[in-house]
Design a protein around this ligand. Structure first.
Ligand SMILES: Nc1ncnc2c1ncn2[C@@H]1O[C@H](COP(=O)(O)OP(=O)(O)OP(=O)(O)O)[C@@H](O)[C@H]1O
Ligand SMILES: [Mg+2]
Length: 261
């Protein structure tokens, strides 16, 4: 099962990705959580804020590794480098164990003018491809608001593509653009998850979602929760603090399972 999670900034992607990782783990699955957001904080959504998290070095900053694998120094544009670097050993070598979940933090890549084709982005793309295509565990990828790391060839390996939206047209408009990009590269199973839903907002948001993005059904919803907010304030994982939230995540997991079978 390969799940990619995206959506507008602040909608709850990381909170949901972290909780799904914990839940799959608790259900006995092997889980690889991938933090593909340059502003990485999936570790704290999984296990709360800890020292480990502050010591994590994102792969995009591992200069020696990038040079070793691609044959070119990071930051060099236009030089010759391997476009298919060896990456299949990296999850084992660089994965951080967090509560039995393996976490890979990819980090960000400096963006060049017309889409960076540099050693570091090549390494990350190859790594993501290998995670999605070759791994047999549950892979949960927390992405920024976009699909930059994905491309043709990787797209068909994403089993479910989840776009998180919150009540409001702005996040739905972002979802619409993401949906289009995802469809353009061949991703098929695209779903919306409504997050931070308050009383009385669910039906209205479902209707708006249906009319704005008809091809991406709402597969789950999570209510706005004071406990989830508090978890973030206190540097803890929502998974440990809010039973109702965990139940919602569980329903989401069930629906995702049905969607791929
Ligand atoms: N269901 C919810 N109820 C209340 N607060 C929530 C809920 N889901 C997420 N939040 C809060 O919203 C904030 C943003 O959540 P989160 O970091 O998961 O979003 P994100 O989409 O990953 O953001 P970014 O775009 O910055 O990566 C956090 O403070 C989080 O605790
Ligand atoms: Mg996030």
């Amino acid at each position: 099962m390969k799940i990619a999670i995206t959506g507008k900034g602040g909608v709850g992607k990381t909170t949901i990705a972290g909780a799904l990782a914990r839940l799959y783990k608790d259900k006995g699955y092997k889980v690889l959580a991938v933090d593909a957001d340059p502003d990485a904080n999936l570790a704290s959504a999984i296990a709360g804020v800890s020292k480990i998290q502050q010591e994590i070095v994102p792969i995009s900053q591992m200069k020696k590794l990038i040079e070793e694998r691609t044959g070119a120094k990071p930051g060099t544009v236009g030089s010759f480098f391997r476009i298919n670097p060896k990456v299949d050993d990296l999850p084992e070598k660089l994965g951080i164990e967090l509560l039995g979940i393996k976490l890979l933090v990819l980090g960000g890549v400096e963006k060049g003018g017309s889409g960076c084709i540099c050693p570091e982005s090549t390494l990350l793309r190859s790594l993501i491809k290998s995670l999605l295509v070759e791994r047999d565990e549950v892979v949960i990828m927390d992405m920024e608001a976009g699909i930059e790391h994905l491309g043709r060839g990787t797209a068909e390996s994403v089993d479910v593509f989840v776009i998180v939206v919150e009540p409001g047209l702005r996040s739905l408009e972002t979802a619409k653009s993401i949906n289009k990009l995802a469809k353009d590269i061949g991703i098929e199973k695209i779903f919306l998850v409504l997050n931070k839903v308050r009383k009385g907002e669910k039906r209205c948001m479902e209707e708006k979602a249906r009319s704005i993005i008809p091809n991406a059904p709402v597969i789950g919803w999570i209510n706005e929760s004071q406990k989830v907010r508090l978890a973030d304030i206190e540097g803890k994982s929502s998974y440990d603090l809010d039973k109702i939230f965990v139940e919602k995540i569980n329903s989401l997991k069930e629906e995702l399972g049905k969607a791929v079978s």
